[in-house]
Design a binder for this molecule. Structure first.
Ligand code: PGA
Length: 236
């Protein structure tokens, strides 16, 4: 399914779900799992689980790359409670920034998101930057253009993020149209992925679109059965 020479990004985002013991059980179930195709398999876990998960992944040789779900817009310093990018260094290679839930519930501005991109890049962490209509242009404009080629951009329509019960994915055609807009604005220098109610049943329809190089998945990444099924479908 991946485009020639380009990997497919299959990225799980657990949000604020799961205890550490549930996480351990989930990771154990990846023992002996072999990755198929040209896939980058990333799991974005809650901050406190990243270091123990990394230890488990290394010990069990699991084919999983870790990502964070957020980072401070500030460097290390007097910012009580903030997790700086430098603290993630060594634990993750990727970090989601500007998720629609961060923008909505934590009132993150485009400038803060852009600052998070800069903080990640200072530590060689690849930011997975979430964007949505009708703000795409201003969200992208806040980010320094010389940073574009070091990011992954995720089109995540707010109305398509599952609420735990209902799935309302965007249509693959519309997602492709918006992905094409992003590709054009960033002059094709970085991968664009889609997120919002993706499941094992729908992932291929999105990945078949030429502009969509991966998916960002919440709900379906949180149970071992649905995630392994999605990884399989997404790597064919
Ligand atoms: P969902 O979440 O797959 O549960 O819709 C996607 C996301 O929030 O990144």
């Amino acid at each position: 399914m991946s485009q020639p020479g380009k990997p497919t990004y299959l990225i799980g985002n657990w949000k604020s779900h799961k205890s550490w013991s549930e996480t351990e059980v989930f990771l154990q179930q990846f023992r002996g799992y072999h990755e198929e195709g040209n896939v980058v398999h990333i799991l974005c876990l809650p901050h406190p689980y990243l270091l123990p998960a990394k230890t488990m992944i290394e010990h069990l040789h699991l084919p999983i790359t870790l990502g964070a779900q957020d980072v401070s817009p500030y460097p290390m310093g007097n910012y009580t409670g903030a997790v700086a990018a430098g603290m993630l260094l060594g634990a993750v290679s990727y970090c989601v920034v500007g998720h629609t839930e961060r923008r909505r519930y934590f009132h993150e501005s485009d400038q803060e998101v852009a600052n998070k991109v800069s903080r990640c890049l200072e530590q060689s962490i690849t930011p997975i930057v979430c964007l949505d209509e009708p703000y795409l242009e201003t969200q992208l404009a806040a980010i320094e253009t010389q940073h574009y080629d070091q990011c992954i951009f995720a089109y995540e329509p707010a109305g398509s993020i599952s609420d735990g019960q209902q799935l309302q994915p965007d249509s693959p055609d519309h997602a492709e149209e918006i992905a094409a807009k992003i590709v054009s604005q960033i002059e094709g220098v970085a991968p664009v992925i889609y997120g919002g109610s993706v499941t094992a049943q729908t992932v291929r329809a999105f990945l078949e679109k030429p502009m969509i190089q991966g998916v960002l998945v919440g709900g379906a990444s949180m149970s071992i059965g649905s995630w392994k099924a999605l990884l399989h479908e997404g790597s064919i």
